[in-house]
Ligand binder design. Structure first.
Ligand code: GLN
Length: 225
């Protein structure tokens, strides 16, 4: 049986959309920019890119995307957010703008620009639970960290060295995944692959049913001799 092609949207209001589309293609998923609610209806999952969460929030409100994305997430759509995308997926944003909105999927408090003004960006190895192949070379750019996680949230990775050692920078809650760093900028596809696996698993029951209904000859009519 041919594997079902997964369509993964990338929220294309602002940020590093192209880099995520490229990473998804590298994982064998079809990436698709999503700007409008009608486009959201056509995807199995959504990536929320890195960029600037205050701008993304503003545009999501203006373009009528806030509630549709929230609703799909509530209904179980897998989503992955990197950096600003992690902020957009958080139920609570610290140091946000007063009117800043989020899609509020993951039960966590995320602090914007947490690593301090003097460290705009840095790179560090991060060991990710469930990701083989050694520590992830993580690129942080004005990154948030996670200050509180709810009971349903699995911590996947923490900063391992330096003054911020121990800070949570990768999490998963069910079908929702978030990293404070930018795997889309490094060419290391392991986080995107993990996400595509989540998307595939989330689709599997539907595919199974469709497959069962479509496979083989139609059921025999029992009244036939
Ligand atoms: N500091 C940005 C924000 O608050 C995130 C930066 C990024 O995505 N690289 O949204």
């Amino acid at each position: 049986m041919r594997p079902v092609e997964l369509v993964v949207g990338v929220l294309a209001l602002q940020g590093d959309v192209r880099e995520h589309l490229r990473a998804l293609a590298g994982c064998g998923a079809q990436g698709r920019p999503v700007r409008r609610p009608e486009e959201l209806d056509t995807v199995d999952a959504l990536v929320v890119p890195g960029g600037e969460s205050t701008t993304m929030s503003k545009l999501a409100v203006e373009l009528g995307m806030l509630d549709p994305v929230r609703k799909r997430i509530e209904q179980g759509m897998p989503a992955y957010g990197s950096c600003a995308g992690m902020i957009m997926l958080a139920s609570q944003v610290l140091d946000g703008r007063p009117d800043q909105q989020s899609f509020a999927g993951i039960d966590m408090a995320v602090r914007r620009n947490a690593f301090g003004r003097q460290v705009d960006s840095f790179e560090a190895p991060v060991v990710l639970a469930g990701v083989d192949g050694g520590p992830f070379h993580a690129v942080f750019i004005r990154a948030p960290w996670v200050e509180r996680v709810g009971p349903g949230v699995e911590v996947l990775g923490r900063v391992s060295e330096g003054p911020a050692a121990g800070r949570i920078v990768a999490v998963r809650q069910g079908n929702l995944l978030a990293t404070a760093f930018h795997p889309e900028l490094t060419g290391d596809l392991r986080v995107h692959r993990l996400f595509v696996e989540v998307v595939r698993a989330a689709r599997a029951p539907a595919d199974g049913l469709a497959g069962a209904a479509g496979a083989g000859p139609p059921p025999r009519d029992p009244t036939e001799g």
